[in-house]
Write a protein that binds this ligand. Structure first.
Ligand code: ADP
Ligand code: MG
Length: 727
């Protein structure tokens, strides 16, 4: 099917040569391009599914073509000439010979408006091979979009091939695959067809594992690569067709299997078993807190405590052990996760083990440090503090404290702890904002922390609540605890949307708030000169606000400032000595100033939804009524609109997360992009919840009764990628 005009270097290659090139694994250009697309094993090709289809199974009479219709016609070339007038181009005239048979449903037209029997083909780029193929008298099949031109209907750069009279039409739709610039569609199409034919697609799954009435994998794949002409293209493209259901089920099953397997492996591992003593460190901490725990905090605290004191599982080196905790603590911004973490740390420390608390950024780590030191130091706990900016003597002293075991609690950025710290006796690792870490980082961390047959317990904390389906799918091996209420005394935040033209009115509000002794955050998108020039950078905004707010201190905080300077600015804002803090997103997480009751987010349309929600969570922490102003610059993109609408309509982190998932898709949601491996290619978690449940049931069945099938299935689907899913 040589319907694509071929570049000269490829023009003489036949199917045989292509097939051989694929088979021999010689690293030709296309071969490398295939590998770049992840196409290595036979099954990779079989699973490389079309993104759309072209219907080449029907011919339409030239006379019935309409402006704008995409169709295939057949005709005889009546003229072929290179025009040099204006831009050099090849102009071909094609006369109808199809006799109008098998035309499209709308053929014929109304009344006497019968179309012309001639079609012009226009090529602005062409090779001598075009002129040869399109020589006068040749019969050609042409597919493209018909447009009304000066001389009647024409097609610009249609695909074409020379045919003999009566040449059969394809019976299946023609697949169009996702590809790259280095890989011609035609080459890829042939490669996929060849590999599909030789891939071993034997049914691996026992009948009882597959939901009733699902196609076999082989049938599903053959169907999707070469669907019959009468199928509804829509059900293929929106992936609701039964063939797609089987594929999605298979994919979800592989994922559930590898996760459940990871969970079972973890159940074989051993972590120290802590015993909670009455009147111990945890009770003393509770007694010293300036507030009482919310119901939700108490509940999740109990869930964590019962993991840490888990069922006895024998001894390792004379120490009582249990199954390692692997728990995600999720709760909206401001829901009070830190104190829950501190209570968990108290259990580990009381039992004579160390606890590490890791945060993705220095500012966030420092916020934790301040809280934890405030709570735990008075109880006699030594805390070590480790970040990138702490160097030299101070750092080596801290490292010593950790290595000797004198520091019971270690707080710092993830990178530093992962790379440089030797623990004496690590029993509990708490990772804040875990979704911000790449999968690779999480795997590396696990390897790092394991020592002498003992694993530490892990508690991951996230302020981005994960919708239930997603948690089930992507974190099937995690236990989840959720703080679902905010501490009492919070006033709901009112969110308002203003066009950037209303800026001065917004500044007037800032002035009022400052005059009342309230504090204000003003958030700007990141400073990056290489990015769009129209970005209001934080420095300019800072100057402008300083001028507009005489008598008030306006501070500036951005990512490029040295750590010490950042800390000094934060300290002044924390202490209430600064009315307005202009900042880039460095304040996104962790900042906690109850007196701040107004937040302005500039160019709100440029932030992600969960980021906006996190930012908004910085206000509304005290008793004053708080306001979040979203400033936007038109025109808004569709996703930009959807995000701002969600912000106006809800303040509930779970609802926000659900909408974020809808807007962005799960890969990006989880930061999976960082790992380079999209976790789900076919299933859509917002639509395929039922399949997730089916896959989960099947995964349990396979692991219990058909362990070898489970292994074979995971290898078929994930190959070397399965390790990622355990992170
Ligand atoms: P996040 O879940 O976003 O990490 P934090 O742990 O920073 O939230 O808590 C937000 C604020 O609420 C902190 O100032 C914290 O001390 C306070 N807080 C936590 N729990 C309670 C509670 N039960 N009652 C009152 N204030 C609380
Ligand atoms: Mg927090």
């Amino acid at each position: 099917m040589a319907l694509t005009p071929e570049p000269p270097h490829a023009s003489k290659r036949g199917t045989g040569a292509l097939g051989a090139a694929v088979a021999q694994k010689e690293k030709s250009g296309p071969q490398r391009a295939l590998e770049k697309l992840g196409l290595r094993r036979d099954i990779d090709f079989a699973l490389h599914l079309p993104m759309r289809y072209e219907d080449e199974t029907r011919l339409v009479a030239i006379s019935s073509l309409r402006d704008g219709s995409i169709a295939q016609v057949e005709g005889v070339v009546s003229d072929c000439e290179v025009q040099a007038r204006g831009r050099r181009q090849l102009v071909v005239r094609l006369r109808d010979v199809s006799g109008g048979s098998g035309g499209s449903g709308g053929s014929g037209g109304s009344g006497g408006s019968q179309g012309s029997h001639e079609l012009v083909l226009r090529f602005l780029h062409f090779y001598p091979s075009h002129q040869k193929a399109l020589a006068r008298g040749n019969r050609v099949r042409v597919r493209g979009e018909a447009r009304g031109g000066f001389f009647g209907l024409e097609m610009v750069h249609p695909v074409f091939k020379v045919v003999t009279e009566g040449a059969p039409l394809p019976t299946a739709l023609t697949p169009v695959y996702p590809t790259s610039a280095q890989l011609p569609q035609l080459y890829l199409r042939k490669a996929v067809a060849a590999q599909l034919a030789r891939t071993d697609l034997t049914e691996l799954l026992p009948r009882e594992a597959v939901p009733d009435a699902m196609l076999s994998l082989r049938d599903a794949l053959n169907f999707l690569h070469h669907p019959p002409a009468d199928v509804s293209i829509e059900t293929l493209e929106d992936r609701s067709h039964p063939a797609w259901q089987r594929l999605k089920f298979e994919e979800l099953l592989a994922q559930q299997l590898s996760q459940l397997q990871a969970k079972r492996e973890r159940e074989l591992q051993r972590a120290p078993r802590f015993v909670l003593r009455p009147q111990g460190l945890q009770d003393r901490l509770l007694a010293a807190l300036p507030f009482t725990l919310t119901e939700a905090q108490r509940r999740v605290g109990d869930e964590i405590a019962s993991d840490l004191q888990g069922k006895p599982r024998g001894e390792v080196a004379g120490m009582p052990t249990t199954v390692p905790m692997h728990r995600l603590l999720q709760g909206d911004v401001g829901s009070g996760k830190t104190v829950v973490a501190a209570l968990a740390a108290a259990i580990a420390i009381e039992a004579g083990w160390q606890c590490a608390l890791m945060a993705p950024t220095e500012i966030l780590a420092e916020q934790h440090l301040r809280k934890l030191v405030g709570w735990l130091a008075p109880l006699g706990i030594t805390v070590a503090w480790l970040t990138g900016s702490r160097k030299g003597k101070a750092r080596s002293k801290m490292l010593e404290l950790v290595a000797s075991g004198e520091a019971a609690l270690v707080v710092g950025t993830h990178a530093v702890i992962q790379e440089q710290v030797q623990f004496a006796k690590l029993g509990l690792a708490i990772v804040d904002e875990q979704h911000r870490f790449g999968v690779q980082q999480r795997l590396a961390l696990r390897d790092k922390l394991r020592s002498g047959g003992i694993e530490p317990h892990t508690l991951m904390m996230s302020a981005t609540p994960i919708p239930r389906t997603l948690a089930m799918t992507l974190f099937a091996d995690l236990d989840v605890s959720t703080i679902d209420t905010l501490p009492p005394g919070r006033t709901p935040i009112v969110t308002k949307l203003f066009a950037d033209a209303k800026r001065e009115a917004v500044i007037a509000r800032v002035r009022d708030a400052a005059a009342q002794g309230r504090q204000v955050y003003w958030v700007c998108p990141l400073i990056d000169e290489s990015e769009a020039l129209d970005l209001q950078n934080a420095t300019a905004t800072h100057q402008h606000l300083s001028g507009a707010l005489p008598g008030h201190v306006v501070g500036l905080l951005h990512g490029r400032m040295p750590g010490a300077e950042k800390a000094a600015v934060m300290a002044r804002f924390n202490a209430g000595q600064m009315a307005v803090l202009v900042s880039t997103t460095v304040i996104e997480v962790g900042v906690d100033v109850p007196n701040a009751s107004l937040m302005v987010i500039e160019h709100a349309e440029r932030f992600g939804l969960s980021q906006l929600h996190q930012l908004r969570g910085r206000v509304g922490r005290g008793t004053a009524a708080s306001v979040c102003v979203l400033l936007y610059t038109a025109p808004l993109s569709e996703t930009g609109k959807a995000r701002l609408k969600a912000m106006l309509e809800t303040g509930d982190g779970f609802e926000i997360a659900r909408r974020d998932l809808e807007i962005r898709g799960p890969g990006e949601f989880l930061g999976a992009r960082q790992s380079g491996a999209p976790l789900l290619r076919f299933a859509d978690l917002t639509l395929d919840e039922a399949l997730v449940h089916a896959a989960r049931a099947a995964a349990t069945l396979l692991l219990d009764q058909y362990p070898q099938v489970a292994v074979d299935h995971v290898v078929r689907w994930l190959g070397g990628r399965s390790e990622y899913l355990k992170a």
